[in-house]
Design a binder for this molecule. Structure first.
Ligand SMILES: *[C@@H]1O[C@H](CO)[C@@H](O)[C@H](O)[C@H]1NC(C)=O
Ligand SMILES: *[C@@H]1O[C@H](CO)[C@@H](O)[C@H](O)[C@H]1NC(C)=O
Ligand SMILES: *[C@@H]1O[C@H](CO)[C@@H](O)[C@H](O)[C@H]1NC(C)=O
Length: 482
């Protein structure tokens, strides 16, 4: 009875609050107000390219360089990239080939079952202006080949951040990879990672150089804490970063839910803490909405764009230094941000997140992740607030009436601020199906990723340090404070 009455009281309170504004107050300075603050990488939003497809993206997909340079225009640095994935463990270095990659597939939509790559592959990686992580093979258990490739990576890739030794090793046994012959387990993999880390690191005479971990199954069974517990000082000196992969999956509604995003990221808290305790960055080395190239009904939608935005911000707030969104087979990639012919809606979410984080040193979240409404604040190097991003993750399918939520933002100075809206007709809008997605009224052109249209800035009046703004279901707003 008591619990029934309590529930009734909560329901009545919720009903009364329907329509009431969500209230957030911007701290006057970083490290104040009782919030947690994450230090930021210069470019937390990165891209992962499937190993065999990497040369195609840079030599045969016009949008690639422009899409990356649009973010550089905001942040001042090229976004970080990682080259790897399942095909890194199917690839062998071939010193004799003059090609980037050599493979054959019966259908261009397929990924190759095996391939070789030449030094030109690494020269191409070295021509990129941002930091590069190169994923090398461990599955085939041919360490000399991996050392040969790592040496070329070190000499050819001027911006080399790290090399990975294997991708998602928990699947090695299932995939018949030779290194997992006999028995395979987290402990067997950790011993193998440690052994290879020392051998490869000492062969290239570089420390730290290894991006360790790279599992996809959730911690704690596979993950940084589990791996670190097996490492001695000799291994640790070679480890540059700890990486995990993550594909939350689900429906558009569950994927874009702010509450869902927040709880998905808490799975990694202990691993992040374990890496930071070692003084090493923790990254999402490969991630996207739904595994296996994405889901057609989910990954290309505007809802997935909103997921991309909120997810990379929540990850950064959780002290995940960089988040590399995976890009697979060109022409067969539901979650890709761009392709040869069409933009993907998720690019817009990543763009809005990059716009919040650009040239910022700290990030905080003003919400606790338990509702559908979020607010993030970025701060400059002196600790002054730069921008605020507000997110209404209520789902709008495109049919029926679209709800809205008002947000009251306090702690502001001056009499006005400007804002840009990230919006679309609904959470189900897809650019490849003629849906219109825009950020600040602007779009990115199919095929070449150039920005188009007139910038639409919304002026918001500030009265007594406060402004109130309405966000429709499935919308976000970036407020510029400086
Ligand atoms: C480039 O793309 C075209 C169009 O899909 C394809 O026919 C060609 O083989 C590609 N070339 C390379 C080097 O990937
Ligand atoms: C550190 O661990 C590696 C195996 O991971 C082992 O080969 C090496 O001998 C150990 N070094 C020390 C100093 O204990
Ligand atoms: C992130 O790391 C900083 C220290 O650099 C710490 O103060 C903060 O609490 C951490 N954030 C979270 C969400 O744990």
């Amino acid at each position: 009875m008591a619990s029934y009455l309590r529930r009734l009281a909560l329901l009545l309170a919720a009903a009364q609050h329907a329509g009431a504004a969500v209230v957030f107050t911007v701290p006057r300075e970083a490290h104040t107000g009782g919030y947690r603050y994450a230090p930021l990488d210069p470019a937390p939003v990165g891209i992962s390219f499937e190993f065999f497809a990497f040369p195609s993206y840079f030599s045969n997909v016009s949008a690639t360089t422009q899409c990356l340079s649009n973010w550089k225009d905001l942040t001042g640095v090229w976004p970080p990239i990682r080259i790897g994935g399942t095909t890194q463990d199917r690839a062998q270095y071939d010193s004799r080939t003059s090609a980037y990659v050599v493979y054959s597939v019966s259908n261009p939509a397929d990924a190759p079952a095996s391939l070789t790559f030449g030094s030109k592959f690494l020269t191409l990686a070295g021509s990129y202006g941002g930091s590069v992580v190169v994923g090398l093979n461990r599955g085939k258990n041919n360490i000399q080949n991996t050392i040969d490739a790592a040496k070329i990576a070190v000499s050819e890739v001027g911006n080399l951040l790290a090399v990975e030794l294997g991708n998602e090793p928990e699947y090695y046994a299932r995939n018949g990879q030779p290194i997992a012959g006999g028995s395979w387990s987290p402990a067997a993999d950790a011993a193998s990672q440690n052994n290879w880390g020392i051998l490869v690191g000492s062969a290239v005479n570089k420390a730290p150089i290894i991006q360790a971990g790279n599992s996809n199954d959730s911690p704690p069974q596979w993950g940084a804490a589990e791996l670190i517990a097996t490492e001695n000082a000799t291994v640790k000196q070679y480890v540059k970063t700890y990486a995990h992969h993550n594909y939350p999956g689900g429906s558009v509604t569950s994927l874009m839910s702010h509450r869902g995003i927040s709880s998905n990221l808490h799975v990694f808290d202990a691993d992040i803490a374990a890496a930071l305790k070692e003084g090493k960055p923790y990254v999402f080395g490969e991630t996207n909405s739904v595994s296996g190239g994405g889901a057609a009904g989910v990954s290309p939608t505007f809802g997935a764009a909103l997921w991309t935005m909120d997810y990379v911000l929540r990850a950064s707030y959780s002290n995940i230094s960089r988040t590399y969104f995976h890009h697979g087979t060109v022409g067969n990639c539901q979650y890709c941000f761009w392709g040869r012919y069409s933009m993907g809606a998720p690019y817009y979410g990543a763009y809005a997140a990059t716009a919040l984080l650009a040239k910022a040193s700290f990030l905080t979240a003003l919400d606790d992740g338990t509702t559908n409404y979020a607010a993030y604040v970025s701060f400059d190097s002196k600790g002054a607030p730069l921008r605020v991003l507000l997110y209404n993750s209520d789902y709008f399918s495109g049919s029926g009436s679209r709800s809205s939520q008002s947000f009251e933002l306090g702690g502001l100075t001056g009499s006005a601020v400007n804002a840009k809206r990230l919006t679309a007709e609904s959470a189900m809008s897809r650019i490849d199906q003629n849906g219109l997605v825009s950020f600040g009224g602007q779009t990115f052109t199919n095929g070449d990723c150039t920005m188009a249209g007139a910038e639409a800035v919304e002026p918001l009046t500030v009265t007594n340090g406060k402004t109130t703004v309405t966000l429709k279901a499935s919308e976000a707003l970036l407020v510029y404070l400086q």
